[in-house]
Design a protein around this ligand. Structure first.
Ligand code: HEC
Ligand code: HEC
Length: 265
């Protein structure tokens, strides 16, 4: 029995040592320093067409997992180096290492933050979170406010760049169910919060303390719903660069299942 299985196993193990094809893999895949360096190049050379979080613009969306998965690291390298003839996608004369850093960074755009290695100290990030009052509006593991989305598993849901943008440029996209509302009742109360649901007949909202209200429209003297966020606008200035890195490391690790960090796939 062993005689048959063993040579087979050895063959499988040998095959596993080989790269999947003869193409080079990304030498810096999953390296946090390289990804950060790729981010800087991306912001300067690519974000103008592909968007700060890869959401797209003049160029296609680079967050779309299907689009990114269908090309190997080597193919993406070539696309970035040579550009795509007959389209607006330009080539570049950046050195190879800088291009590999870009490949590592672009892969991360389409992955939840928890699945990619990132720099920073998550424990210090938790302090930054507390110090800046994030918990007044966001809860983590059942602790905290309700005006903003629950962040308990945010690292498993959103990409790293999405998280950064959400903090630095809040309100660019306001999460569904978290639009700002101010309602005045006919009996003179003013209630502020986020709107969960509304129609011509009724308004469902939650206030700062998490209390849920259901009004029929005839009870209201006035109601203002805005595509705006309660999230403070000045965190980009208030939170220093290193603190932001730590905060993002903390949020990235909030995920429903433990993640083993490996390469940048
Ligand atoms: C002037 C606008 C522009 C700039 C700058 C630009 N791109 Fe593009 N990019 C495009 C367009 C347009 C396409 C789609 C081309 C096509 O039709 O196939 C594209 C395609 C791509 C693709 C292939 C997506 C796919 O379909 O597989 C990648 C990857 C990519 N760009 C990465 C980058 C990176 C990284 C940079 C910065 C070094 C960059 N691009 C700079 C416009 C741009
Ligand atoms: C005054 C309330 C408030 C405070 C304080 C606050 N947020 Fe928010 N936050 C919100 C609201 C409301 C939203 C949802 C609307 C939106 O997308 O902007 C939100 C959205 C977010 C999102 C995006 C969630 C998603 O799934 O789209 C992240 C991440 C986030 N906040 C992180 C933070 C961090 C980190 C801090 C502290 C540095 C913070 N927030 C402080 C109210 C707040």
């Amino acid at each position: 029995m062993y005689r048959k299985v063993l040579p087979f196993l050895v063959a499988v193990l040998a095959a596993a040592q080989q790269p999947r094809s003869d193409e080079p893999g990304n030498p810096v895949a999953g390296d946090p320093g390289a990804i950060e360096s790729g981010r800087k190049t991306y912001v300067g050379s690519c974000a103008g067409c592909h968007g700060a979080t890869g959401e797209g613009g003049r160029g296609p969306n680079l967050r779309d997992g299907r689009l990114i998965r269908r090309s190997s690291d080597a193919q993406m390298f070539r696309t970035i180096q040579k550009g795509i003839a007959g389209t607006e996608m330009p080539g570049t004369n950046l050195p190879d290492t800088r291009i590999w850093e870009l490949v590592a960074f672009v892969r991360g755009l389409g992955s939840p933050a928890a699945f990619v290695m990132h720099p920073g100290d998550a424990a210090k990030g938790a302090e930054v979170f507390a110090k800046n009052g994030c918990g007044a509006c966001h809860s983590i593991g059942g602790q905290g406010g309700t005006l903003g989305p629950d962040l308990s598993t945010i690292g498993g849901l959103r990409s790293y760049e999405y998280l950064r943008e959400a903090i630095v440029k809040p309100g660019d996209r306001v999460a569904a169910g978290f639009q700002k509302i101010v309602a005045k009742t006919k009996d003179g109360r003013v209630i502020e919060g986020v709107v969960k649901n509304y129609s011509n007949y009724e308004v469902q909202m939650v206030d700062r303390t998490g209390k849920l209200y259901l009004f029929r429209t005839p009870e209201l003297a006035d109601v203002k719903i805005a595509v705006e966020t309660w999230m403070p606008q000045d965190y980009g200035k208030r939170i220093g660069r290193d603190e932001m890195t730590d905060l993002l490391a903390y949020l990235s690790r909030l995920s429903s299942r433990p993640v083993k960090l490996g390469g940048g796939r």
